[in-house]
Design a binder for this molecule. Structure first.
Ligand SMILES: C[S@@+](CC[C@H](N)C(=O)[O-])C[C@H]1O[C@@H](n2cnc3c(N)ncnc32)[C@H](O)[C@@H]1O
Length: 442
């Protein structure tokens, strides 16, 4: 067990950061923690999301996305405040000393706990600041401008997106989590239509479509406030979805928002594939075997009750190559893994440290490989591909990626829940040819 008991509280470590909690966290639960289970909400299953958040902030700082001065960073629905405390504790000193972090929560117990933990376990390098605001995020967030805003609600982020966008300085980064995955993936159709104005075909790509529906909603909100977005990273991880985008004030780009929004069509007709190629949403291909799905622009006439169609959703890139390339296992360990030492506060054994290192590594699984495919149009589930081609067992994703790269195409393994999949810019007929080379028909 990775938590130790002291005076009726538990000291818990996530990444390099320690905190006291009133209840021992349930490390085995995959889904969301149960509200009211402990005084303040803490979900260990979100540890990977918090690790990626630390890495993304460092990327943004190194690549000058947040300016050169003090960084006003908001952990918007903070609960224990662990996310902000991890920024302060795990970023390298030259970055963390620039962070002026604020945590907002309507629960006074959450803020008290965060401050107690901040005092008892201050950031290693003593840099950076942590401030609390008690109140409803939708009101408090507009009190000043932010370079970084994190929204991690119970369920849907919809109530918070509009004010979060308005609160971002001339340029900044917005990270949004959603745990209403049943709605976003099309299992709860009414909730999806009500909250996000979309429909999603509930198939293997439903989580990819869900991320795209969320991106389209963030982009629409940004456009309403004369801003545009650039997706940096979009991740489906167990029970939650999360998009991280750069927000830039620009009326000109905001005017073009509909260029990045459209439809995903499952089992498209020849005409639909031709239309997709014509507008540059996928490379030219022979149409002997049609693709499993394709994107079409918003202007394409569609039948809204057609069960093959998902959208409106984001049809642009879901992430940025350089960002994903930054998310290496080595960097994650260096920045976020606790350092094995004899007089460890929790008395951890070598095995405990190794366990935590493995958790940290899992946070970035495949991401640096996916960098090679993230800016490409095809996301292919290998299980689906084998059924489509009637070739029995699916081709090895790794072999398929290697073959595509050897043939000069961009390709990468995807970080997509637990479903093995790849991304590539190869034309569909080339993908088919190479998949059949890896795995000839039986
Ligand atoms: C899912 S938890 C946040 C988890 C946290 N971000 C983390 O990484 O552990 C949601 C938090 O939002 C708070 N909350 C819910 N609605 C709010 C609102 N309108 N304004 C401010 N806080 C709110 C709750 O008290 C709760 O602590």
């Amino acid at each position: 067990m990775h938590t130790s008991e002291t005076l009726d509280t538990f000291v818990h470590r996530e990444g390099k950061t320690l905190m006291k909690l009133d209840v021992k966290p349930n490390e085995t639960r995959v889904g969301p923690a149960i509200k009211g289970e402990s005084l303040v909400f803490y979900n260990p299953a979100m540890n990977r999301s918090r690790t990626r958040s630390v890495l993304l902030m460092q990327y943004a700082i190194e690549n000058n996305l947040l300016g050169n001065g003090e960084i006003y960073a908001l952990d918007g629905l903070s609960a224990t405040g662990l996310r902000a405390r991890r920024w302060l504790n795990e970023l390298p000193p030259e970055s963390s000393k620039r962070i002026n972090a604020t945590i907002i929560d309507m629960d006074p117990e959450a803020l008290k706990l965060a401050l107690r933990n901040h005092e008892e376990f201050p950031p290693n390098n003593k840099g950076g600041k942590l401030k609390t605001i008690r109140g409803d995020l939708r009101a408090s967030i507009l009190e000043q401008g932010w370079h970084w805003v994190d929204i991690d609600p119970y369920g849907s982020p919809v109530p918070f997106i509009d004010t979060a966008i308005q609160s971002i300085a001339r340029r900044g980064v917005l990270e949004v989590s959603a745990t209403d995955t049943a709605a976003l993936t099309g299992s709860s159709k009414n909730a999806l239509l009500r909250r996000y104005g979309a429909r999603v075909r509930n198939d293997g790509l439903a989580h990819d479509s869900a991320l795209r529906v969320l991106l389209a909603n963030v982009a629409r909100s940004a456009a309403r406030h004369e801003r545009s977005i650039e997706p940096l990273m979009s991740v489906w991880d167990s029970h939650h979805l999360r998009v991280s985008v750069r927000v830039i004030r620009s009326i000109e780009n905001a005017n073009r928002v509909e260029e990045s929004i459209g439809w995903r069509i499952y089992s498209p007709t020849i005409e639909e594939v031709k239309a997709s190629i014509k507008i540059g949403l996928q490379p030219d291909t022979s149409l002997e075997i049609l693709p499993m799905d394709c994107f079409l622009p918003l202007s394409h006439p569609i039948e809204r009750n057609d069960k093959r169609i998902s959208g409106p959703l984001w049809i642009g890139k879901m992430g940025k190559k350089d960002v994903l390339a930054f998310m290496t296992e080595e960097r994650a360990i260096e920045m976020c893994a606790p350092i094995d030492c004899k007089d460890d506060y929790l008395g951890w054994s070598e095995k405990d440290f190794e366990y935590e290192r493995r958790r940290i590594v899992k946070s970035v699984k495949n991401l640096s490989d996916e960098a090679n495919g993230i800016e490409t149009p095809h996301h292919i589930l290998v299980d689906y591909l084998s059924s489509w081609l009637e070739i029995g067992s699916p081709p090895s994703p790794k072999k398929l990626v290697d073959l595509l790269r050897n043939n000069g195409y961009a390709a990468g393994l995807a970080n997509y829940g637990k479903k093995p999949s790849i991304r590539t810019d190869a034309p569909w007929d080339v993908i088919i040819k190479l998949a059949l080379e890896v795995h000839p028909p039986i």
